[in-house]
Write a protein that binds this ligand. Structure first.
Ligand SMILES: [Fe+2]
Length: 416
């Protein structure tokens, strides 16, 4: 009986949430604008480990900015992430601004986002997703040139010889600044193939990676330089890292390109987080992951694209990590969105730590009260809304996970 009551409660909560009964905040006015209002802070573009020997990277992805009522709330979330975490570097992995017929509108949305980093002196590395240049009003190159009008942008247009736009590396210098101690790879995972299926990192980009990896190694006295990868679209190997099962059950997901195959975390895998939706890699595999395994210099790959996925699985020595969308959306389910922090210590660059901060972790009721006391009415209202929605989301999620684990006898959600 207890179990029945349990699942009845979860069904009721799921029903309430799916109809958005708690969407009273959605039609709020759109008066707050962060664009072009903040002072510039001078910036050192040479990224190095801090005086404490740490490098702290903020992973922002899939902001999906348009001129709607969510825009300023998404800016608020990004500002909050920057002020809480004080990152040494922010990497934004695409689907940042949804394109418009009018490039002025695209630029206006970019202004709102980039001013956040510019005013705080945070270097930003940008690459693209499948949506950024989708309608063709602005090419990837034009959009990249606009990001690079901001002095905080350390993004690179890789030129015509390399597919896409935004494949480059960021050498990370030691705290003393005298040598390259670590490296960050940024790849443009392109958008679609001719059949409108997702694309991936292509052969010419992989060749560039291999030769740059070799050059870094040579300059480092023959020793490989450890690194992390950031890009939008997850690698097809995600499905090799998961366990294939014949029948669907709780927390199994259909293969994006083969609806007869179901996948879940491998029982004995090195798993973190939770898979909330089926991973959406490119259809063709051009061999990026194998190249990284061959060179052996990558600890982890960080992806966006699948908005509610916040997980990590280890495969062939590399962590395949998905970060949630950094975006506000008026839906309790979207309180799981957030950002990821990655930390590396220069004393041991063979490892790193990471955590996800979801909107409901950041915007609690206590924080809402704090913002009210500070006179931040806008933040107070936003935080209160997320705290309420997030509470319902967490309860529904906990119940569903408990039921799933009871019936499958398996762990379906791991610590981040
Ligand atoms: Fe995407």
């Amino acid at each position: 009986m207890k179990k029945r009551i349990f699942s009845f409660v979860s069904l009721v909560l799921a029903f309430i949430m799916s109809f958005g009964i708690f969407s009273f905040f959605g039609k709020s006015s759109n008066k707050v604008s962060f664009a072009n209002t903040e002072n510039n802070v001078p910036l050192d573009k040479k990224i190095r480990f801090g005086e404490d020997g740490k490098l702290r990277i903020l992973h922002v992805t899939d902001t999906h900015l348009v001129h709607d009522s969510n825009r300023d709330k998404t800016y608020y979330v990004v500002r909050e992430a920057c002020d809480r975490e004080k990152p040494d570097l922010a990497v934004i992995t695409g689907d940042i601004v949804m394109n418009y017929e009018d490039p002025t509108m695209t630029k206006d949305l970019i202004d709102g986002l980039m001013n956040i980093f510019q005013s705080r002196g945070i270097p930003v590395a940008v690459t693209f997703g499948n949506h950024d240049s989708e309608e063709g009003a602005m090419s990837r190159e034009d959009i990249m040139a606009y990001y690079n009008t901001y002095s905080c942008s350390i993004s690179v247009d890789d030129g015509e010889a390399i597919s896409g736009c935004g494949t480059y590396n960021i050498p990370i210098y030691s705290s003393s600044g005298d040598k390259v101690a670590f490296n960050v790879w940024v790849f443009d995972s392109n958008d679609y193939d001719e059949e409108k299926r997702y694309s991936g990192v292509k052969e010419d980009q992989i060749s560039w990676y291999k030769s740059t990896s070799d050059a870094l190694k040579e300059a480092n006295g023959g020793e490989k330089v450890n690194s992390l990868v950031f890009q939008h679209i997850i690698v097809p190997e995600i499905y090799d890292a998961l366990e294939k099962v014949k029948t669907p059950t709780f927390f199994t997901f259909k293969h994006l390109y083969n609806e007869k195959e179901y996948y879940r975390f491998a029982k004995d895998g090195d798993n973190r987080g939770k898979i909330n939706e089926k991973p959406c890699p490119g259809y063709y595999n051009y061999g990026q992951f194998d190249a990284l395994v061959e060179k052996g210099d990558v600890l982890a790959m960080f992806f966006g694209h699948d908005h509610t996925n916040a997980f990590s699985v280890k495969h062939k020595g590399i962590d395949i990590v998905n970060s949630p969308a950094t975006r506000y959306k008026n839906n309790p389910y979207a309180t799981q969105y957030g950002y990821r922090i990655v930390e590396v210590d220069e004393k041991d660059t063979t490892t790193y730590t990471t955590r996800v901060e979801r909107l409901y972790d950041v915007f609690t009721m206590d924080y809402a009260k704090e913002l009210k006391a500070q006179g931040d009415k806008y933040g107070h209202k936003l935080a209160r809304k997320i705290a309420i929605d997030g509470w319902f989301q967490k309860v529904a999620d906990d119940i569903y996970v408990a039921i799933a684990e009871f019936f499958t006898g398996r762990t379906v959600r791991y610590d981040d």
